[in-house]
Design a protein around this ligand. Structure first.
Ligand code: APR
Length: 237
């Protein structure tokens, strides 16, 4: 089928794995070494802010290691955005900035961004290039302590109105490198199907929701994503 309509792409931790960042639920994933309820909930932050800050400070330092660079999958999606004749909305669950570094214009970070901080007093979001612990004060109001600008379990993901509007209008939905464990992202395929879109999963293995996709291509993101993007762009010719 030759398509040229609007596309929504959802990415998860699997797309950044070959760049050297850990996923969450694989055998060597982040949630195998630390418990969600100790570091990724508002209650954890209220109970032990230093522990939560240390967890994200370490991940931020890891992301800024010069060895961590975007891979061929991130670059292929930037190319799709640049060359596709209709809107392409790139939605990511990832808090890294590898899509931006690969040239994507405005990826929508539904779970926030680790290189940003949010003020607990005025709620302003500011750049966070370094550790938040011990906390610098908010550069805006000068009063508040800062928390990582990430969405914790129990909090609302960001930009849901824009994402749902794009899913309602898309012709193709592509889910990449996500296990399908976390809602609402895991439910996007249903919204795309309801809109009549073609749905494709690109992942190392079948995700929890694999049966709900029209098609799946399985392998490392650095291989299957560029191949799928090439196929889409060749269909335009
Ligand atoms: N290429 C493609 N897919 C891969 C690769 C790879 N090289 N390596 C791993 N994967 C796949 C895994 O098979 C798995 O299905 O990526 C998926 C990663 O799943 P998760 O670790 O659950 O990550 P994700 O789906 O992004 O998690 C969602 O959970 O805790 C949170 O907030 C966090 O945004 C995250 C959310």
């Amino acid at each position: 089928m030759v398509e040229s309509g609007p596309i929504v792409v959802l990415t998860g931790a699997g797309i950044s794995r070959e760049s050297g960042l850990h996923t969450f639920r694989d055998a060597d994933g982040i949630w195998a070494t630390v418990r969600i309820e100790d570091v990724a909930t508002p209650e954890a932050f209220a109970r032990d802010p230093a522990r939560v800050q240390a967890f994200y400070d370490a991940r931020r330092r890891g992301l800024l290691d010069p060895a961590i660079q975007p891979n061929a999958a991130h670059r292929a999606l930037a190319r799709l955005e640049a060359e596709w004749p209709a809107p392409v909305l790139l939605v990511t669950q990832n808090i890294d900035d590898l899509h931006e570094r690969a040239g994507s214009r405005a990826p929508l970070h539904m779970h926030g961004e680790i290189l940003k901080a949010r003020c607990l007093a005025c709620r302003a979001v500011s750049p966070a290039p370094g550790d938040l612990a011990p906390g610098p004060a908010c550069p805006g109001c000068g009063r508040g302590p800062l928390r990582p600008h990430v969405v914790w379990f129990g909090e609302m993901p960001l930009e849901m109105d824009r994402i749902e509007a794009a899913l309602d209008a898309c012709a193709l939905f592509v889910s990449i490198g996500t296990s399908g464990n976390v809602y609402p992202a895991a439910g996007f395929v249903e919204l795309a199907l309801a809109a009549g879109a073609r749905t494709v999963e690109l992942n190392l293995e079948r995700s929890l929701g694999a049966a709900r996709f029209d098609e799946g291509r399985y392998g490392p993101a650095s291989v299957v994503v560029p191949a799928f993007v090439d196929e889409l762009l060749a269909g335009l010719e």
